[in-house]
Design a protein around this ligand. Structure first.
Ligand code: CAA
Length: 382
């Protein structure tokens, strides 16, 4: 399969590449060390249309396709995967979800500012006891007239501290199990809603991750996304697309590992020659390149199916599973090629490993992706 990118797709890729080099790279090391959120960068990305890439211009978005999204996500993540995940959550989990399942009221009031980059979104599904087992929602929302009262805790929420709008999942009818889960849009500042502990993470340190608490938090019925009881289906459908974004993020990290390794191996000398002349290094570079190409094809395949409005559940799981696996492998090899220099901050590759690891965990662990893929295989072959 080959992908002939359109002029527009290539232009978006180029814009993302230039922005990443000029605006993101200069502060990435410092932000990683200090776990500092890239407020200015996110604002500028919003002005360029990168926060609502796939949203229709009718709702303030850039009206781009998923292929363009993959190209931009991997260019940005190649330079700084923390910025990548901030974009990914806003684009694929929040904006895409609201455009496809939100009421007109929700789209007018919330989607437009999110897509324009004036506001930032977060997706609050996970809980202390509901990570992979996402149906096990303890957070509850009880109806009181035209309102719902939310009580509970959400964990590991990307954009948790700095988002303005949160998609919050809660049980509205426990007897119905996952069919009793409902998604609400909750605005920051709503009484009873607080951001709690900010996590001190191994990687993607410049993105913010925190827990959220809801104590008698009153949300109007009109802020329900899709319908009461449809929250779990909404989360699953949205995550299918989110996984394409994370695959693109992982791909970007893997590409960064290869670029750094090629460059370093042509400079570093050992045994009287550049280490790139040693077959041991050449084999590592070749293996990394093959893995990256395969991950790219899987990710673009999932994106092109999504753009063609065909089923992409299995393909997005495959893309995320594979791209995240090879991102970790490429980062380990990049460190090995860099030797002692690879183990210190100065050469960036140690950060690539720390950043890569999370791509095997969030938006469904690798084990969950295998479950999704296997269930599809088994139901296809009935
Ligand atoms: N796409 C669409 N629908 C799906 C689906 C998918 N991939 N997976 C399950 N569903 C649907 C099923 O069709 C079923 O629908 P109906 O009841 O309408 O028929 C419903 O969901 C329940 O499915 P199951 O009975 O299969 O549920 P389960 O509990 O056995 O397993 C699971 C579901 C696949 C394991 C699911 O819980 C899952 O994906 N878990 C991982 C959750 C996850 O990815 N969390 C990420 C948190 S968000 C995040 O990380 C964002 C961030 O900050 C970066």
């Amino acid at each position: 399969m080959t992908f002939n990118f359109s002029e527009e797709q290539l232009m978006i890729q180029q814009t993302a590449r230039e922005f990443a080099q000029s605006e993101i790279a200069p502060t990435s090391i410092e932000r990683d060390i200090n776990a500092e959120f890239p407020h200015v960068i996110v604002k500028k990305l919003g002005e360029l249309g990168f926060l609502g890439m796939m949203v229709s211009p009718d709702y303030g978005g850039a009206g781009m396709d998923s292929i363009s999204y993959v190209l931009a996500m991997s260019e940005i993540s190649k330079v700084d995967a923390s910025v990548g995940v901030i974009l990914s959550v806003n684009n694929s989990l929040v904006c895409w979800g609201l455009e496809n399942y939100g009421s007109d009221f929700i789209k007018q009031k919330y989607l437009i500012p999110l897509a324009k980059g004036e506001k930032l979104g977060a997706f609050a599904l996970s809980e202390p006891e509901a990570g992979s087992d996402a149906t096990n929602q303890v957070t509850e929302a009880k109806q009181e007239g035209d309102f719902f009262i939310i009580n509970g805790i959400k964990n590991w929420i990307t954009n948790g501290k700095y988002a303005d709008y949160y998609l919050v999942f809660a049980q509205t009818n426990r007897e119905k199990a996952h069919k009793g889960i409902t998604c609400f849009l909750v605005e920051k500042g709503t009484e009873g809603f607080d951001q709690a502990k900010k996590e001190d993470k191994l990687g993607i340190r410049s993105s913010d991750t925190c827990s959220l608490t809801f104590t008698n938090c009153k949300v109007p019925r009109e802020n329900i996304i899709w319908e009461e009881g449809k929250g779990f289906n909404f989360a699953m459908n949205t995550l299918n697309g989110g996984r394409i974004g994370i695959a693109a993020q992982a791909l970007g990290i893997a590409e960064a590992c290869l670029e750094a390794s090629v460059k370093y191996s042509k400079q570093r000398k050992a045994f009287g020659t550049e280490i790139s002349n040693h077959q041991a290094i050449q084999f590592k570079l070749a293996d990394m390149a093959v893995k990256i190409e395969a991950a790219k094809l899987l990710t673009l395949q999932a994106a092109s199916l999504k753009d063609a409005h065909k089923s992409y559940t299995k393909e997005s799981a495959m893309a995320k599973l594979y791209a995240s696996k090879i991102a970790v492998e490429c980062a380990l090899e990049a460190i090995q090629i860099h030797g002692g220099y690879g183990y210190v901050r100065e050469y960036l590759v140690e950060r690539y490993l720390r950043d890569a690891k999370i791509t095997e965990i969030y938006e469904g662990t690798s084990e969950i992706q295998r479950i999704v893929i296997a269930r599809h295989l088994l139901s296809e072959n009935k």
